[in-house]
Design a protein around this ligand. Structure first.
Ligand code: FAD
Length: 716
């Protein structure tokens, strides 16, 4: 209410000022007369006069009235050059800051809720370079002064920064106008005050921060390269280290664009996803799901029975599936595409040289214009007393270890309640293991909303998984051949006995041993890169799990496009990696699929939203398939159909999500999903119904009443 009142006052003042103005101000003659009028009064009350002038000037600027130029000229005429500049400079900066704050208070929430994520690149750019932009805008008068105040109010720039940069940036023009004001009597027009040469010098001054930035960045680049000698020519355009999702896609793009590229893989082509991650885990999940369906066959009108299977055969099937997919990522395929593949361990010797230790022990050294580091991540193993001695499995080792067994582990502990820990817990429970899932955080799937995490917990519990959330692992050990892990929750400690333990507490980027340290490339949890995926060496890039922040196959492949295009063509144009519509799926049964904001994230970022929901127990296909568990939840700005985020829980949620990912990526709202024909009966209709629920909640009731009357009238 208060905001609306302020907005109305400002608008009324601006409109009044425009209506009352003769021309766009008093004109030079009018100004001379006003000043002559005020002269006597100024002599009698000099201090009060200055205070009132300053206040008037501040109000004019704060309300964005079109008299600021005349006030600046008047400041020169009334107070002379030095005092005029001081008064005009402070008054215009204070007024501008008030306009900036008013715009922030009145308009910012609305703009954020309306444009949300679409403004992110702009606001990120402003957060980084805002002062330079503002300084330039102040100096080069291409954007009207009042508009700069209002627009900057919509950004995250602090009021103090805005004030200081504005005052500095406006100083040269203030000087010119105040100086002109001191010559008011001789002035015949305001037009020539800012002549083309003067505008040019302002423009040069406005470019100063950018030139300074470019020089600093050039010097920084020179400094990182200073201790190395750049080869005169290069053997390759690009060398990619690592043959997982990120490395394969990088090499593919390079060869497709006719670059000379070498891909170096130390171990297995296809990396973690094919050999230890997505592929085997999804194959395991499928077998486990079938076992569970047999166990609960009565849901489908069949007779329940205990599934009979060989554990060894399940892992044999997993091996076969890897073998069937392997050709997609094989050396032969990539060589056929024009990529040179080296099997060996790569080390970056200098910013342009990579040395590979081949299986024979021989070394191959190649020079290259650019390098992409795509070395992935490995399971993180916590420093838990007794863990090494007791023995443990990880996603790297479990596939081989279990493939040599006839039966599932009897008592299995899984450490870590993230997506991998949850997926494995459900699968092994369904294959007959007595699974205990231990998670330190108060709930599973920390990245998801509490409602979704609770849903996952319920599903796991119904499959017989014992869930110990809020339990911290302390140590492992064994008594009389009986292995245990000790956990604590608050004051209480507990020993959980087990036969096998799988450590799934996260994955640590592979950062060491291949030259990053020697080159001084900064690393934290991942290789530090900028938005272009460049390290501190602009010709060395990183992509995939080693670069983070998402440890997903499709995220690595997505980054690979940016890394390779920037590496090969960055001299002409560089692209910033864009994660705005990046989906992820937890392959529990039912699946959990997410894109964009969750409710918790929207609240944390103070983004206004409304929730539209559709429960799958209403969907014909879900009922026919006895897969009614789950829902579609869509976040939109209040009153708008633009999609801020979606979570789908249910059978095939990962596949259903694709429609929303496409919609978010291309700015399509729920209205467009509603107007798209979906086949009957499919699970995908759930998206259509969710969009329909949004529409029902936003029907125009007045219009409907009118239509009702129209029908009544037609009936006579
Ligand atoms: C159990 C499990 C399930 C998963 N499920 C999914 C899923 O369903 N969906 C999903 O999107 N993601 C999933 N992931 C994650 C996914 O596997 C990874 O995000 C993906 O493999 C990362 O690809 P990458 O190319 O960054 O690294 P990697 O696949 O790890 O490839 C890096 C490669 O670099 C090689 N290398 C390292 N150093 C050198 C060197 N110095 N010289 C030469 N070669 C080197 C390594 O040998 C490795 O092959 C899962 C992971 C696990 C563990």
């Amino acid at each position: 209410m208060k905001k609306k009142a302020l907005l109305l006052i400002i608008l009324a003042a601006i409109v009044a000022a425009y209506f009352l103005r003769p021309g766009s101000g008093p004109g030079l003659e009018g100004l001379r007369q006003h000043i002559a009028h005020l002269d006597g009064w100024r002599a009698m009350h000099p201090m009060l006069f200055i205070a009132l002038f300053l206040l008037g000037y501040v109000v004019v600027v704060a309300l964005s009235l079109p008299f600021a130029l005349w006030m600046t000229l008047a400041a020169g005429a009334l107070f002379g050059l030095a005092s005029g500049v001081v008064i005009a400079s402070f008054a215009s900066s204070i007024g501008a800051t008030l306009a900036f704050l008013a715009s922030r208070w009145v308009l910012r929430d609305w703009v954020l809720s309306r444009f949300g994520n679409r403004l992110k690149p702009l606001s990120d750019g402003l957060a980084r370079d805002g002062s330079a932009y503002l300084f330039t805008l102040r100096l080069i008068p291409v954007v009207p002064f009042f508009l700069v105040n209002l627009l900057m109010g919509l950004t995250t720039m602090s009021g103090l920064r805005f004030y200081v940069v504005s005052q500095l940036g406006m100083l040269p023009a203030t000087l010119v106008y105040v100086n002109a004001g001191t010559q008011l009597a001789q002035l015949s027009s305001v037009k020539g005050l800012v002549s083309p040469p003067l505008i040019l010098s302002f423009a040069l001054l406005g470019l100063f921060p950018w030139l300074a930035k470019a020089v600093v960045s050039f010097l920084r680049r020179r400094r990182v390269y200073s201790r190395w000698t750049r080869p005169a020519r290069f053997d390759r355009n690009l060398i990619v280290i690592g043959g997982g999702a990120a490395g394969l896609v990088s090499a593919y793009i390079a060869s497709a664009t006719k670059a000379k590229v070498t891909l170096i893989e130390a171990h297995k082509m296809g990396g973690d996803c094919l050999n230890y991650g997505c592929v085997p885990s999804k194959a395991l999940i499928r077998s486990a799901k079938l076992a569970q369906q047999i166990r609960h066959a009565d849901r489908y009108g069949l007779t329940n029975s205990e599934p009979e299977f060989s554990f060894r055969m399940i892992f044999e099937r997993i091996k076969q599936i890897i073998t069937a997919i392997e050709p997609h990522d094989s050396v032969e395929r990539y060589e056929g595409l024009g990529v040179e593949v080296l099997q060996g361990y790569a080390r970056i010797v200098d910013p342009w040289t990579v040395e590979t230790t081949l299986p024979s022990g021989q070394k191959s050294t190649l020079s290259t214009r650019s390098i992409i580091v795509a070395t992935g991540a490995a399971p993180f193993v916590p420093d838990l007393p007794g863990l090494d001695e007791s023995g443990y499995l990880t996603s790297d080792t479990m596939w081989q270890a279990f493939s040599e067994r006839d039966t599932a582990p009897k008592r299995l502990v899984i450490l870590g309640g993230g997506p991998i820990g949850c997926e494995l817990s459900q699968s092994f429970a369904r294959l007959g293991s007595d699974v205990t899932l231990i998670e330190m955080a108060p709930r599973l799937l920390a990245k998801e909303d509490a409602e979704v995490a609770d849903f996952a917990s319920q599903c796991l519990k119904s499959d017989g998984v014992h869930i110990l959330t809020g339990h911290r692992a302390l140590s492992c050990g064994s008594d009389a051949g009986q292995k245990w892990i000790e956990v604590e929750a608050g004051e209480q400690t507990l020993r959980v006995p087990y036969d096998d333990i799988i450590v799934a507490v996260g994955r640590a980027a592979r950062l060491g041993g291949f030259g990053l340290e020697d080159l001084g490339i900064p690393t934290g949890r991942v290789v530090e890169t900028n938005e272009y995926l460049e390290t501190i060496y602009p010709n060395i890039f990183a992509a995939g799990d080693v670069a983070g922040p998402y440890q997903l196959t499709h995220a690595g492949a997505h980054q690979a496009w940016f890394a390779s295009v920037n590496a090969l063509f960055g001299t002409f144009k560089r692209f910033k990696a864009d994660y705005r519509a990046l989906p992820w799926v937890t392959y529990l049964d039912p699946e959990i699929a997410r894109v964009g904001l969750s409710e918790a994230e929207a609240k944390a970022k103070d983004i206004a939203y409304e929730v539209t929901r559709y429960d799958l127990d209403d969907l014909d296909r879900a009922i026919a398939d006895s897969e009614t568990h789950g829902f579609v939840k869509v976040l939109t700005p209040p009153g708008k159909d633009r999609i801020l985020g979606v979570v789908i829980v249910g059978a095939h949620a990962g596949d259903l999500l694709a429609e929303f990912v496409l919609a978010m990526k291309h700015g399509l709202g729920l209205g467009k999903i509603l107007s798209t024909v979906h086949s009957y009966p499919t699970m995908a209709e759930a998206n259509n119904y969710a969009a329909g629920n949004w529409r029902k909640a936003h029907v125009n009731t007045r219009l409907l009443k009118l239509v009702e009357r129209f029908h009544a009238w037609r009936r006579g």
